[in-house]
Design a protein around this ligand. Structure first.
Ligand SMILES: NC(=O)c1ccc[n+]([C@@H]2O[C@H](COP(=O)([O-])OP(=O)(O)OC[C@H]3O[C@@H](n4cnc5c(N)ncnc54)[C@H](O)[C@@H]3O)[C@@H](O)[C@H]2O)c1
Length: 378
């Protein structure tokens, strides 16, 4: 099997985890290069790691400059793990050098980036795949099968919520912001990809309209970063051209310690939900095409095809599944497992939703780089 030289940019906790996953679990991966603004993230052991990257991979070369890494490291793949609002230019530069990319999500921070990235991807000989790990989870796999078998019918209403419990000065929160500010600054409705990604896999059209409203801030002033106004809760309603409604609830400040990722999908023939409460996630479904009864199975993240694989680690096995599919696609010259188009279709609605919220819930029509009406101004 051809060896693949892999580099990573961004050695926050996510970048370290993904790089170690690639280097430790896939024998054909050569962990060749790593880049960060802060050398200690490479040379010293960091949070959630049992060793430093330098110790794990003595032949891996560290770069403080991304352009230099791309120039010198002869990479087949770059994993982009910079903060959630700074991915596009790293992806574009790699694509311009025909280096394959696995990028974390959201893919872009604004419409101009979407435009430039879309054009760069069309020109490049390399492939960009989107690191939307929730698209690999058991719920998404079951939902797609339920849809393909006809048991769901045509979905006409869907909803998702991603509620992240937060305490202002918790150890976890301080560590999560160890290197960058994106968690403090990004408007939560923009972090919509974990929620919309799985739902979009059973829609044959893009989300076209959005209205989003926020609650304002209800905590003591010292809990909020003065650089940005982030609502405690934001609720967006999207609609497709044919009329399918999708509701998304996201939070900034939150005191509900209940469970993160919830989804409900209503179809003309059946229903499926993943409800996560108090660390006991369940998936339930019923269909008129079968016995009509409500069935319940465990809602753990582990994709069924990887259950029992001891290497399948990271967010309950989703990270391994995503990495495995991506690396094998590069090996075989196959298309991206999660395409840039899918990545933009789950990212841009958050950008439009934030703008709608700023305009007090005004309904905004959303376009994408593949639409003839596409423009980079909202
Ligand atoms: N899919 C998931 O389950 C999941 C979970 C957590 C985070 N994420 C994503 O992972 C990504 C990284 O998150 P994080 O929490 O590790 O972020 P972070 O801010 O802690 O780390 C980002 C790193 O990028 C580095 N960086 C920034 N600009 C750079 C530059 N010009 N050159 C080199 N390095 C640069 C920073 O120094 C920092 O170490 C984000 O996109 C986030 O959305 C995904």
């Amino acid at each position: 099997m051809k060896k693949l030289r892999v580099g990573v940019v961004g050695l926050g906790h996510r970048g370290r985890h993904m790089f170690l996953l690639a280097g430790d679990k896939f024998e054909f991966v050569v962990p060749a290069a790593a880049c960060d603004l802060f050398p200690h993230n490479f040379y010293e052991q960091q949070w959630r790691c049992d060793r430093s990257i330098a110790e794990a991979y003595p032949d891996c070369v560290f770069y403080e400059n991304y352009d230099e890494m791309l120039e010198k490291a002869a990479l087949d793949i770059v994993i982009v793990e910079t903060g959630a609002d700074v991915h596009a230019d790293f992806i574009i530069k790699a694509l311009e050098k025909n280096i394959n990319v696995l990028t974390d999500i959201p893919v872009v921070a604004n419409l101009d980036e979407a435009d430039r990235l879309w054009k760069a991807a069309q020109k490049s000989k390399a492939m960009v795949s989107v690191g939307a790990n929730p698209n690999e989870q058991k719920f998404t796999v079951m939902l797609r099968e339920f849809y393909k078998s006809g048991e769901l019918g045509k979905p006409y209403y869907m909803e998702a919520e991603y509620i992240h419990w937060s305490l202002p000065r918790s150890e976890e929160k301080i560590k999560l912001n160890e290197n960058g500010d994106w968690r403090k600054l990004l408007c939560p409705i923009r972090y919509c990809t974990h929620s919309l990604g799985p739902l979009l896999t059973v829609l044959s059209e893009d989300l076209r309209r959005v209205s989003c409203m926020g609650t304002g801030q209800h905590g003591p002033r010292e809990e909020y970063d003065p650089r940005v106004i982030k609502d405690d809760m934001s609720c967006a309603q999207f609609q497709t051209e044919s009329g399918v409604v999708v509701r998304l609830l996201r939070n900034g400040r939150c005191r509900a310690k209940i469970g993160h990722h919830n989804y409900r999908v209503f179809g003309t023939e059946g229903y499926m939900e993943r409800i996560e409460r108090f660390e006991k996630p369940v998936i339930r479904y019923n269909s008129q095409k079968s016995d009509g009864e409500l069935h319940e199975v465990g809602g753990e993240f582990m994709p069924p095809a990887y259950a029992g694989n001891p290497d399948a680690i990271g967010h309950g096995g989703m990270d391994y599944a995503m990495m495995d599919k991506f690396l094998r696609a590069v090996q075989n010259g196959d298309p991206a497992p999660i395409s840039l188009r899918e990545g933009l279709a789950m990212t841009l609605p958050g950008i439009y939703a934030e703008e709608s919220s700023k305009r007090g819930g005004e309904v905004i029509t959303m376009y994408y780089p593949w639409d003839k009406e596409w423009k980079t101004k909202i």
